[in-house]
Write a protein of this length. Sequence first.
Length: 150
Amino acid sequence: MFSGILSSGVPGRLPTSCGSADWNKSGDALEPISDLASPAMSLSDFYYQVAGFECSSLHLFGEHLDGPAMQVDLPALGLDFAVPIFFFEGTADQPTPIELAEQYYEQVRAPHKEFVRFAGGHHFIALNMPDEFLMELLARVQPILATSTR
């Protein structure tokens, strides 16, 4: 989907090593990426948002899911956090299956932690379900911020 947009893009504006990563074709749609009808979103903004996702996907996850992000062992990095932790997960997330996120969540120790599920949501909850995401963010995080000491 994105490679057609990128291949017809402005020459010299994107790193030539950026292209389409395999997991983007897995069916875990990013749509809607952005609301093109929004007066705050220009066609150029849309193009560079898509290009950024493409480039990040390739460099973080690798062309064949062999990139540096795929090598990270989160539990090995530590499970104790001194700050509140919130997990916002789509139940249909393919790059990060909800079952794996739940397993990690159960191991994490923090002064406050919450796991928020978005039924039918994919990997980019803030883009796919912006209204629901904002409501959950405000309902769960804002009260913690209000009670925190500075």
